[in-house]
Ligand binder design. Structure first.
Ligand SMILES: [Zn+2]
Length: 424
């Protein structure tokens, strides 16, 4: 079912027809006024049918007076804001403005399977995550007593007697939820990689590395930052939903990006999230680098000849952005880390231009020839935000593993089963 509204831009008074594909989810939207370029955003609430608007007003207007229209839905990509001639034009347009992304899936089952995972994730968001977030906060505030009972409510297995138990329970509950929006088997692969840390014969050197890391990284502060980034992403999940669905189905290369785009979030909203999550990745990249050194060369401070530095002293002396050069892509713990550096550097220096009408961002790399500039659709940028989350989930598996070893090293014993159980 389609619901229509006509809105008027607060600034240039342009009238725009908004068409909402009513489904199971509230529809967040964000687009640039096709006349003056200001961002018009809001939410169409599914249950109450209310329309929340920023920078525009809902008006009673005959659609004949409208010059532009836009289509909005949460789970699909939509045709970009277009010139409005008459309603017949919209309806006869290809498969219609919403259907395209569903038709990309080979079978209905394939689509339903992915939507099932997405629904599970939304249930996690609206129930478990809401409760977990304050529990994390209490844990970071050293209020272990206050989280024992709430955690034990989730599983009889959660007998919480020390920080190690709490860390395990909180991590398991989080990762079971997040795994629903990770590609199939990703989590299994990540965890298998961490077995190389837990079960390897290099455990002595890993303990030495943990001591070294603690002199460079505040474990609690880093854990807090990870949870903050997770929270920012989870809270905004619906805005990334269409992109994630296509990514989970491995269909992102089949999109007609010239005509279809993301309507739930704009570039300016994603940019701080992207920069912040990328900074976090750069901070955490020290973990796989040290672990690679151990697994490949026996000592945490033994860097590859292909690396840009010889040891951690010079590693920490370089800028955060250069540290990535010390990560050798073919080594054990680099496997799940595929980075796109140009865009990130350009973004952190704010060298980019945005073509609002076509949803294209151009990133400039001033150090190089102009031909090195990168053009990217906003869709692809949203995809990179999701990629960042996937990278952080991986790096956090490594971090979680080192934290557990650190607690064991301090003499703590686990009272809950260490084995990971995916109950979803
Ligand atoms: Zn306007």
């Amino acid at each position: 079912m389609i619901k229509r509204s006509v809105v008027k831009c607060d600034f240039c008074k342009e009238k725009i027809l908004l068409r909402f594909q009513m489904g199971y989810f509230d529809i967040p939207f964000d687009f640039y006024c096709p006349n003056c370029g200001i961002s018009i955003s809001g939410t169409k609430l599914i249950n109450s049918n209310r329309l929340i608007l920023n920078n525009a007003q809902n008006i009673e207007e005959d659609i004949e007076d409208v010059r532009y229209y836009g289509n909005f839905s949460t789970e699909f990509l939509n045709k970009k804001i277009s010139k409005f001639n008459c309603l017949d034009d919209i309806i006869s347009d290809n498969f219609g403005p919403f259907m395209n992304s569903v038709m990309i899936f080979n079978t209905n089952e394939e689509y339903i399977q992915i939507m099932d995972k997405v629904s599970k994730f939304l249930r996690f968001k609206n129930t478990i995550w809401k409760n977990l977030n304050p529990l994390y906060e209490l844990f970071f505030n050293d209020k272990l007593e206050l989280i024992k009972t709430p955690l034990s409510n989730y599983s009889n297995n959660y007998i919480i007697k020390n920080d190690l138990d709490a860390t395990i329970a909180l991590h398991q509950l989080t990762i079971i939820g997040i795994s629903n929006i990770m590609p199939t088997n990703t989590l299994k692969e990540y965890i298998e990689t961490t077995y190389k840390i837990m079960l390897g014969k290099d455990i002595k050197e890993i303990f030495v590395f943990i001591d070294f890391l603690k002199s460079k990284i505040d474990f609690k502060y880093l854990s807090q930052k990870i949870i903050q980034i997770y929270d920012k992403f989870i809270v905004n999940f619906e805005k990334y939903m269409a992109v994630i669905i296509l990514s989970l189905g491995d269909k992102t290369s089949l999109i007609d990006k010239e005509n279809y785009g993301i309507s739930t979030i704009n570039f300016e909203n994603m940019k701080p999230f992207f920069v912040e999550s990328y900074e976090l990745i750069l901070e955490m990249i020290t973990l796989p680098i040290g672990l690679n050194n151990i697994i490949e060369r026996k000592q945490y401070n033994n860097f590859s000849e292909k690396s840009n530095v010889k040891n951690f002293d010079s590693y920490f002396n370089q800028s955060k952005y250069n540290r990535i050069k010390s990560l050798i892509s073919e080594e054990t713990f680099s496997k799940n880390l595929n980075m796109d550096r140009h865009v990130r550097n350009a973004l952190s220096h704010y060298d980019y231009k945005l073509d609002k009408e076509n949803q294209i961002i151009t990133f400039y790399d001033w150090n190089k020839n102009k031909s090195e500039n990168i053009e990217m659709y906003i869709f692809d940028f949203a995809l990179l935000c999701y990629e960042n989350i996937k990278l952080i989930v991986y790096l956090n598996e490594l971090f979680y593993c080192l934290k557990k070893l650190n607690y064991l090293q301090m003499g703590m014993k686990p009272h809950i089963n260490l084995e990971f159980k995916n109950e979803s």
